[in-house]
Ligand binder design. Structure first.
Ligand code: BES
Ligand code: MN
Ligand code: ZN
Length: 497
């Protein structure tokens, strides 16, 4: 989809649909009231009749609108003006695009409301449109009903508003997120650890990023016993993907941001096997790793001032003849011993070695993202990602990034008392809790054992990385969650702790 700014007045725009939006309680105001004069008060009548209320994501489609060159006018409900922000704008732009797409529209214009034609808004609209245009239909042979939008123009922005650059930024961010979604949507037969590593390496080459792939031999040399213990049940060999972005003028001693993403390309549970119902969804268990790869793709173009290293440990979790069994004791790369009491708690095992490796490469700050626990869905449903951190200042920075990127994230506690629950009886630690409840917290406590004092945030995205059903603004399937937050974190990274 091509996206450019539009300088013609709204009534002279010849798109198949002109999109704008109206607020609850006051739908006919400003630019919308101006349109309405040309339409002889039609909108006012719709508002009075209760058909045009401005309720969030309400769609009012008017064909052959009087006084406009556009073939259609689509007014999207924007909710209450006091609650309206970048996240609402991103969403409604996306919902409008998907509404029109199913009606065969290919060329649209988006008209900003009078007070909102800022560069930040242009970026939000661009992101919303590109995220909405993405379809998880790689393997459909008939894509007739899902053809992409050809172009969108953004109207109502001044020439000096910075909208042009904002559109470019929005495109880079959305393409990073869509790249992650495409990877996470792939079924496990098409995306093994080897294929994921190849796809990441290819992306890195195209974008001019350094990329190193550790194969099973190298992984063994580095003594990544926790990762290997998960991989040993599968005929597919594991990989560790390491992608590095280095700023143009690196400062010696400057912080290095490490992004560690869980990439289990399929999680059967291993010998502690999962029930059959919905097991197919476990192809998404590499969403954390996919997010980190998507972030790196965007950072290659956005060029933050901080050095960033993404580490993506990748494996299948299978119940093969050589699979690890409950009670097995493994030695992680850090040297810590782990009693594996449940082979389905595999994400924390591969993250343990991913984090140790990231630290060995000099990362001073760490964020991991993982579809780690079903318990996070119990706690937060599919609305918020869970946030766990040991360094309040760093956690606060991540939460601020999440807010500005429009991704809902919520902090959960990590008191020392929870540590008891992962303490080992025959090894240093065990991979499941010896108590009841708090399954997401004990998962985080396990990872913490490998982090020590490095500022670190763990994101549990098991509930937010996948939409079982389409949303008005996004196709069903992988969501690419955490990509926008982590791009924002890297772009605003400053050395103060
Ligand atoms: N990949 C799963 C987490 C998951 C579960 C994501 C359900 C989405 C939906 C993870 O590897 C896992 O199996 N976790 C276990 C941990 C338990 C054995 C301590 C879980 O949550 O059941
Ligand atoms: Mn599992
Ligand atoms: Zn898993």
């Amino acid at each position: 989809m091509k996206i450019i700014t539009e300088s013609r007045p709204a009534n002279a725009i010849g798109a198949q649909a002109l999109i704008s939006y109206v607020f609850e309680g006051d739908p006919i105001s400003g630019r919308i009231a101006e349109f309405d004069q040309e339409k002889g008060g039609l909108l006012k009548r719709l508002a009075t009749g209760g058909e045009l209320t401005g309720k969030m994501l309400e769609m009012t489609l008017i064909h052959a609108p009087a006084g406009l060159k556009a073939e259609r006018l689509l007014l999207v409900g924007a909710g209450k003006k006091e609650k309206f922000g970048a996240a609402e704008l991103r969403r409604l732009a996306g919902a409008a695009l998907r509404h029109l797409k199913t009606r065969g529209v290919k060329r649209v214009a988006f008209l900003a409301r009078e007070s909102e034609a800022t560069s930040a808004a242009a970026q939000s609209v661009t992101e919303g449109l590109l995220l909405a245009d993405f379809e998880g239909d790689t393997y459909k042979t008939n894509k007739k009903n899902n053809e992409p939008i050809e172009w969108a123009t953004l109207a109502g922005w001044d020439a000096n508003s910075g909208a042009g650059e904002a559109i470019e930024r929005g495109r880079i961010v959305a393409e990073g997120q869509n790249f992650a979604r495409e990877l996470a949507n792939e079924p496990s037969n098409k995306l093994t650890p080897t294929v994921l590593a190849n796809r990441a390496a290819e992306m890195a080459r195209e974008m001019g990023l350094a990329c190193e792939i550790l194969d099973e031999k190298r992984i063994a040399e580095l003594k990544m016993g926790a990762l290997l213990s998960v991989a040993q049940g599968s005929v597919e060999p594991p990989r560790v993907i390491a992608i590095t972005y280095t700023p143009a003028n690196p400062i010696p001693g400057a912080p290095v941001l490490g992004l560690v993403g869980k990439a289990v390309t399929f999680d059967t549970g291993g010998i502690s096997i999962k029930p059959a119902a919905d097991m197919d969804k476990m192809k998404f268990d590499m969403s954390g790793g996919a997010a980190m790869i998507g972030v790196m793709r965007a950072l290659a173009k956005l060029k933050p001032s901080v050095k960033v290293i993404a580490i993506v440990p990748s494996t299948e979790n299978m119940p093969g003849g050589r699979a690890q069994k409950p009670g097995d004791i493994q030695i992680a790369m850090s040297g810590k011993s782990i009693e594996v009491l449940n082979t389905d708690a595999e994400g924390r095992l591969i993250l343990a070695d991913g984090i140790t490796y990231a630290r060995s490469l000099g990362c001073t700050h760490l964020v991991d993202a993982a579809t780690l626990t079903g318990a996070i869905v119990v706690a937060l449903a599919g609305i918020n990602s869970g946030v766990f951190g040991t360094n309040q200042a760093f956690t606060d920075r991540l939460l601020a990034s999440a807010r500005s990127a429009g991704e809902k994230m919520w902090p959960l506690p990590m008191d020392d008392e929870y540590r008891e629950m992962v303490k080992g009886s025959v090894a240093d630690i065990q991979n499941i809790s010896n108590g009841k409840g708090g399954g997401s917290i004990t998962g985080a406590m396990f990872i913490r054992e490998f982090v020590d004092d490095v500022p670190w945030v763990h994101l549990d995205i098991a509930g937010t990385a996948w939409y079982d059903d389409a949303k008005p603004w996004m196709a069903k399937g992988a969501t690419g969650v955490a990509v926008r937050t982590l791009i924002d974190l890297a772009m605003n990274f400053t050395s103060e702790k």
